[in-house]
Design a protein around this ligand. Structure first.
Ligand code: ZN
Ligand code: ZN
Length: 226
């Protein structure tokens, strides 16, 4: 957590957005009540279901309609990002996003500018690097019939695959790249197909450590980590 994160809910602005959207919804959407542990969906038990059913009973549609019609100046981070954040909060609890809103989201997210890396919070009004890809994948894989979507589940890096463990056939599990142990694949085919791209960044943990040490070696001053 903290403002440096690059993916959804790792950055302060996601949390600002989540609290504004929760206020408009009249229910807490990010820190929803964890009243019963649920082994399958550790993000919440009854709290999750209650949140989902309230969203499904008109609250989610109401939020989309409000954000599609409110004046642009109402959105510090832009209308499109607000719509995306609303969808992301709904997906986390498995709420139903009607087809017309899915359609709208598929167009809206493309208008959001992308900062390749983290930028200063005040100018950080678009997607931070991986958020765009994360959202694209969620649009493709969100089941939209009550299953919460885990934005942090490991996914196969095979080109166009992006499958998570729960989308694979029985018994099949994602396997980590044997060399870097950083990324995962669902099959040899996906690994092969990704290799021409991955080979440039695939390093053993020892190689990464050595590079990191070499980078700092000889530095007498380390800048403030801001
Ligand atoms: Zn795959
Ligand atoms: Zn690798």
């Amino acid at each position: 957590m903290g403002c440096r994160g690059e993916r959804f809910f790792e950055g302060d602005h996601d949390l600002d957005e989540a609290s504004e959207i929760s206020e408009d919804a009249g229910i807490e959407l990010y820190h929803y009540e964890l009243d019963e542990p649920d082994a399958k969906h550790p993000m919440g038990g009854k709290g999750l279901e209650a949140t989902r059913s309230r969203l499904n009973n008109g609250i989610l549609n109401g939020l989309f309609e409000t954000y599609l019609t409110q004046a642009e100046k109402k959105f510090f981070y832009g209308r499109e990002l607000r719509l995306v954040h609303t969808a992301v909060l709904a997906m986390r609890v498995g709420a139903t996003i009607e087809p017309k809103y899915m359609e709208m989201l598929r167009a809206a997210y493309k208008k959001i500018k992308v900062a390749p890396k983290y930028s200063w919070p005040l100018s950080d009004t678009g997607f931070r690097g991986p958020m765009k890809e994360q959202f694209e994948i969620s649009l493709k894989h969100y089941k939209n019939y009550g299953t919460p979507y885990d934005f942090f589940a490991p996914r196969c890096k095979g080109p166009g695959c992006d499958k998570a463990n729960d989308e694979l056939k029985e018994e099949a599990k994602l396997q980590k790249c044997g060399k870097c142990k950083e990324i995962s694949y669902c099959s040899r085919e996906c690994q092969k197909a990704h290799w021409s791209k991955h080979r440039k960044e695939c390093k053993t943990p020892e190689q990464r450590k050595a590079e990191e040490e070499a980078r700092w070696a000889g530095r007498s001053f380390i800048g403030l980590n801001v």
